[in-house]
Write a protein that binds this ligand. Structure first.
Ligand code: 2BA
Length: 109
């Protein structure tokens, strides 16, 4: 058994949930925050049998788009905050960041 852990953008979260439900795959959604953009994203925990992992990865790929987002750079340490004018930079976020972990035991009481 494996745990697929996928960090996706909030905009893709409902579409991905729906696609997983349609294929009878169970998932838990956690509200999360990216450390770099400090913006909300959604982390899916999806417990599946080994043979289902590739299908789950396909579903994630099909339902999560990459997008350009603006990130405000952190002000320089020790710099003069008054003279610092942040210049937002564009970063490409997602589709999805996915980890596949082995599960030692699974219990459902
Ligand atoms: P954030 O940490 O908010 O990162 C958002 C996007 O900013 C990243 O997109 C990447 O394009 C850029 N970025 C992140 N750190 C950077 C840095 N030090 N320098 C320059 N650009 C940087 P993604 O790579 O698609 O990541 C989307 C979200 O997935 C991340 O949001 C974070 O919540 C999660 N994530 C990504 N890699 C991870 C990892 N190795 N472990 C845990 N979570 C991760």
């Amino acid at each position: 058994m494996k745990l697929v852990m996928a960090v996706v953008q909030d905009q893709d979260s409902n579409r991905l949930s729906q696609a997983l439900i349609e294929e009878n795959l169970r998932a838990t959604k956690l509200a999360s925050t990216g450390s770099f953009l400090k913006a909300g994203n959604t982390t899916f925990l999806i417990g599946v049998e080994d043979f289902q992992v590739n299908r789950v990865l396909e579903i994630i790929k099909e339902n999560c788009q990459s997008r350009e987002q603006l990130a405000a750079p952190v002000s320089p340490v020790g710099g003069n905050a008054n003279s610092y004018i942040p210049n937002p930079v564009e970063v490409k976020v997602g589709g999805a960041t996915v980890f596949v972990l082995p599960i030692e035991q699974f219990h459902h009481f």
